[in-house]
Design a protein around this ligand. Structure first.
Ligand SMILES: [Zn+2]
Length: 289
């Protein structure tokens, strides 16, 4: 069958995964919902099913807009994080440019395309960039594939606090040998800088949290605690901005669907008000899905 050069070149295909929405797929591949609908002749864009194959419109997938790419041959000992920071790009940009299925599995000798010409913080699809130092630190941590299913948001229910003070409390008073029960803490300017993201040892070591009343849920839930008592006042805007950025990053890196981002009270097996009645749950939904 003859094809007109250029005019009908088939784009790449994408297999729909659990938690995907058309909007999300479009954003991840640098295209639009309407282009996807058109490329796939879809009648009902709201109905996609897991395992369904979609044609990605050609021309836009791959390298970030406005930039080209250079290639790099993977050497023994390289991680995606080390390659990304060596080249000043984000891990997610590398994953996207190379359509990697398992970002933690690289083979020496494998050739990667390194996107150029776009700064990492303006990478397409990233709506809430993380502070660069935090992103670099997170990129350097190997994430256990398939381990994490939920992201759970808490408040400390105290006016002040820090990852350090909570670590001490969880070790000494709660007798938790792994200390800090959360994977991340976001400060409110009272004990930590306003919006500061602390990466806990449980994330660095990829071990279960101690923030939920169920061992099974702790095994697969990433815990993020915002310092503050949101029963009396809301979180700071800087805390929320960095929460959005962290959640967006973790959704991409640990393959977590936006519908699996939960407030503590939405997932706990015992009743709780956490993260407090002034926590802006609507805003969270709008920013991370
Ligand atoms: Zn909680």
């Amino acid at each position: 069958m003859a094809m007109l050069a250029g005019a009908t070149a088939l784009g790449d295909t994408y297999v729909v995964k659990s938690g995907d929405s058309l909007d999300r797929i479009a954003r991840r591949h640098g295209t639009t919902v309407s282009a996807l609908v058109q490329a796939n002749g879809m009648k009902n864009p709201d109905q996609i099913s897991v395992g369904q194959k979609l044609i990605l419109p050609p021309g836009k997938a791959g390298a970030p807009s406005g930039g080209g790419s250079t290639s790099y041959k993977v050497e023994p000992g390289d991680t995606l994080g080390s390659i990304a920071s060596d080249h000043g790009v984000s891990v997610s940009a590398l994953v996207k440019a190379n359509k990697l299925d398992d970002p933690d599995r690289l083979t020496p000798g494998q050739t990667l395309q390194i996107p150029t010409g776009a700064s990492p913080s303006s990478a397409p699809g990233v709506r809430h960039p993380l502070p660069p130092d935090v992103r670099r630190a997170l990129d350097g941590i190997r994430v256990t594939p398939g381990k994490w299913r939920y992201i759970v948001i808490h408040h400390s229910a105290t006016k002040n606090g820090s990852a350090k003070s909570m670590d001490l409390y969880h070790r000494q008073r709660r007798h938790m040998e792994n200390g800090l029960a959360y994977h991340f803490v976001i400060g409110n300017g009272r004990g930590m800088r306003d919006g500061e993201i602390a990466i806990g040892n449980r994330w660095k070591r990829q071990i279960k949290g101690g923030h939920l009343a169920s061992t099974a849920l702790n095994e697969k839930s990433i815990g993020i605690c915002l310092v503050g008592n949101f029963d009396t006042s809301p979180p700071t805007s800087q805390q929320m901005r960095n929460l959005y950025a962290l959640v967006e990053y973790l959704e991409g890196r640990a393959r977590i669907a936006p519908s699996s981002v939960k407030l503590h009270r939405e997932i706990n097996t015992k009743p709780t008000r956490c993260p407090g009645r002034h926590f802006p749950s609507q805003a969270l939904r709008q920013h991370v899905s």
